[in-house]
Write a protein that binds this ligand. Structure first.
Ligand code: HEM
Length: 79
């Protein structure tokens, strides 16, 4: 498996994790922001969270597949 592909998948995964996590926190504190009348583009944040969240989930499967040989090694050492 090419190192370059693994590197790009990991890098994109990091970006998706960051955006999904931050937008998730915004969704969580949305009522608080509304209470203090702090204006944020909530519908954009919601859309980003959903699409990038699912992309994150899908790419995680690819990430595990690409790193499967290393993971198998870790499991073997546990036995
Ligand atoms: C990275 C960590 C994540 C955090 C901290 C987080 C947090 C949240 C929060 C606080 C909400 C709002 C719940 C509510 O309104 O009651 C939410 C909604 C949602 N999340 Fe996440 N989430 C995360 C990851 C993900 C992932 C990976 C996916 C997709 C696979 C995802 C999909 C969704 C969807 C579909 C909704 C519903 C959106 C809506 O009601 O408009 N989230 N998330």
């Amino acid at each position: 498996m090419s190192f370059k592909l693994r590197m790009w998948v990991s890098l994109i995964l990091f970006f998706l994790w960051l955006v999904t996590g931050i937008s998730g926190v915004f969704l969580l504190i949305a009522p608080l922001l509304a209470y203090f009348k702090i204006s944020v583009p909530m519908s954009l944040i919601d859309t980003l969270h959903i699409y990038l969240g699912f992309a994150f989930f899908g790419l995680s499967v690819v990430h595990i597949a690409l790193n499967w040989p290393a993971m198998k090694g870790y499991f073997k050492r546990l036995r």
